[in-house]
Design a protein around this ligand. Structure first.
Ligand code: NAD
Length: 356
């Protein structure tokens, strides 16, 4: 028998602490060969003893775990959100999880705010560069608090970082199928190279170069502003979108709107061959936390993504099928049309999965 896969579980803050237990419950129900270790990293721990990440924390995660399942970070009691930055961006940057993969899938037409859009029309993936761009927090403030104040926020784009995320996107497109079983065919580069010419020029050149190695795939380009409009006019045109850190952050919240909102969106932070991290797209949502109303399906679908990454495809499919059934039967939280609480929606999916 193969040894159990070791999973680090970090629920974090706010609704992360409500949705992640439901994701774990579903993973237990599907009887995947997993062992869970829970960590209390987040605002409560930070406020108690000023720990964000214990010494050696990232090295320990990389050494002792096959995957990390994360909730969300952000708490109004920590206005600087320093803990969120150190834990979440720390994992992404220090563990070099350079590919943020965010599938966008509509499970039921009723969840999409667009007229006449069916599940078959919304089936694309956003691949976001996850370790560079403006989120590296390089820059500074000069003459702070004076009328002459200057704030500089640098946008970092390295040849290595750009090339590896573009290659990841082309490779992803070459090997993955759409939900209807047809091959993925198109990689679209989303940037703002008309205004951000230096960084945009690098992305454009490398896109052409790496794309040349994938003759069978179509290449497209859209400026991020035009893409935003296209996403709400006709999402059918998208297949695989690759973009930088900030644009990826923004367009995936927009894309989540097509799926039924942030409560439905899953993501993985990956580096092939390294311990990777999986988290729902949403944040800690303080206004709805502690009320048993947060949608746990984004977290549960994230757990299914993690299983695919670990090679446990049949278990992942069981979970996705159960969530789809829950959506169709309206066994959901109120944000997607049902009347169940967070725990009850998780329990419904777990029961279905355990019968399968
Ligand atoms: N990956 C992360 O940890 C992450 C991501 C985004 C924001 N944040 C942090 O989270 C905090 C709140 O940020 P925000 O309000 O901009 O974004 P958010 O994603 O937390 O919530 C925005 C709104 O979306 C809705 N929503 C989100 N998740 C939902 C769910 N599972 N079910 C039902 N409705 C849901 C709620 O109405 C919520 O108020 C901030 O501190 C922010 O920095 C963290």
């Amino acid at each position: 028998m193969s040894p159990k896969k070791q999973i680090a579980v970090i629920p974090g803050d706010g609704i992360g602490k409500e949705v992640i237990p439901q994701a774990v419950r579903v993973l237990e129900a599907v009887r995947a060969d997993l062992a869970f270790t829970h960590f209390d990293w987040g605002a409560d721990r930070y406020l108690a003893d000023k720990t964000t990440v214990p010494p050696d924390g990232f090295a320990m995660l990389a050494r002792d775990f096959d995957a990390i399942l994360v909730g969300a970070f952000g708490d109004p009691r920590v206005p600087s959100n320093i803990h969120a930055k150190e834990i979440l961006l720390g994992m992404r940057f220090k563990m070099d999880l350079y590919a943020n993969v965010r599938p966008v899938r509509l499970m039921d037409a009723s969840l999409c705010p667009l007229k006449g859009v069916e599940p078959k029309d919304v089936d694309f993936v956003v691949i976001r560069e996850n370790t560079e761009g403006v989120y590296g927090d390089l820059g500074g403030v000069f003459k702070q608090g004076t009328p002459d104040e200057i704030a500089i926020q640098e946008d970092i784009n390295t040849r290595k970082g750009v090339e590896r995320i573009l290659r990841y996107a082309f490779e992803y497109c070459a090997v993955h199928k759409k939900l209807d079983g047809s091959p993925r065919r198109r990689v679209l580069l989303c940037d703002k190279s008309n205004a951000m010419t230096h960084a945009g020029g690098l992305w454009q050149r490398v896109f052409k170069e790496v794309g040349g190695e994938y003759q069978q795939l179509e290449k497209q380009h859209m400026y991020v502003d035009a893409l935003g409009m296209q996403m709400i006019c006709d999402p059918r045109v998208f297949d695989v979108i690759v973009t930088n850190n900030m644009f990826g952050d923004i367009i995936t919240d927009l894309a989540a709107g097509l799926q039924g909102g942030l409560g439905m969106a899953a993501s993985g932070n990956l580096h092939p061959g390294k311990t990777s991290m999986f988290e729902p797209v949403h944040g800690s949502a303080p206004p709805i936390s502690g009320k048993n109303i947060a949608n746990p399906f984004g977290a549960i679908l994230t757990a299914a993504m993690m299983l695919v990454h670990l090679g446990m495809i049949a278990s992942a499919e069981k979970i996705e099928t159960a969530v789809l059934e829950a959506v169709c039967q309206k066994k959901t939280t109120a944000d997607v049309g049902g009347s169940l609480g967070t725990r009850e929606a998780g329990e419904w999916v777990a029961n279905l999965v355990s019968r399968g």
